[in-house]
Design a protein around this ligand. Sequence first.
Ligand SMILES: *[C@@H]1O[C@H](CO)[C@@H](O)[C@H](O)[C@H]1NC(C)=O
Ligand SMILES: *[C@@H]1O[C@H](CO)[C@@H](O)[C@H](O)[C@H]1NC(C)=O
Length: 320
Amino acid sequence: RKMILLLIVACLGITTLLTFLFAPFIRSYAAGGVCRSEARLDGKTVLITGANTGIGKETALDLAGRGARVIIACRNMTKGAKALASIQAACPGAQVEVRELDLADTSSIRAFAQKFLQEVSQLHILINNAGVMMCPYMKTIDGFEMQIGVNHLGHFLLTSLLIGLLKRSGPARVVVVSSMAHNFGWIRFHDLHSQGSYNSGLAYCQSKLANVLFTRELARRLKGTNVTVNSLHPGTVNSELTRHSTLMTILFTVSSIFLKTPQEGAQTSVYCAVAEELHAISGKHFSDCSPAFVAPQGRSEETARRLWDASCENLGIEWD
Ligand SMILES: *[C@@H]1O[C@H](CO)[C@@H](O)[C@H](O)[C@H]1NC(C)=O
Ligand SMILES: *[C@@H]1O[C@H](CO)[C@@H](O)[C@H](O)[C@H]1NC(C)=O
């Protein structure tokens, strides 16, 4: 038994040593692709949800640096003001604003959109970035399960309310931050809100698959307009998204060398928002600033349409 113990310790020791030795290589591999486009966004307006921390904030900073007017929509105005100050400190002269939006409350989304449409005359880039990951069972104000409610339905409603403005401002882009986790998801049409049984991981995967299906169906419906929509996997990013799961937080902290920093994680969002070569690309999925694999359940046109109808029904809206 001593031998086995010794062996385990030796293995751990060697692994640690190798990790340190190869740290620079591991880091550059983990960092993934970089958005090489130098496109400017002077005179353009960007709206990004959930941009007070993590990749959303880094995306906002990058786009503000390209000259865009960036509007950050977040739930907590205190945190929003902090993000605004830090973006302005990092990028003097940045045109950034914060507006209040709670994606877990359809009346907040409607109030936000109404004010937005009154006060902002153009919208060129909408980034559906905000996300909830693996929270305990919770409901939104409207009684939706929190992850499908915020990650999918909240953004579905927001996009529907702003699509007219996007079309009038075209060429315009919608960018949907999904995840590789969509691979492990399926849409539980019989129990979209996990009332029968709840698994936080599966509900997360379902919501990220919904992001992919929404992107593809919206792209189909936007054909012939000057608005494109693409989804993306930002990478495995060290961010506050893991706040609901102690296990994930520990895992992410221990393995942080293998993870992207929020700035690295923002690259594919920035790429989808600005890359010149994507001007006519719509309904696609990206990762590391390159086209990425979409799981079969994310490619089903029938599922996409069915989810579209279910989403309209849940929200009590019509969108065609
Ligand atoms: C907003 O964030 C601040 C600072 O992080 C926190 O103290 C406050 O409780 C938050 N407010 C709400 C409504 O969550
Ligand atoms: C799309 O934009 C181009 C250039 O801005 C414009 O010429 C064209 O009419 C627009 N098409 C539609 C369908 O709005």
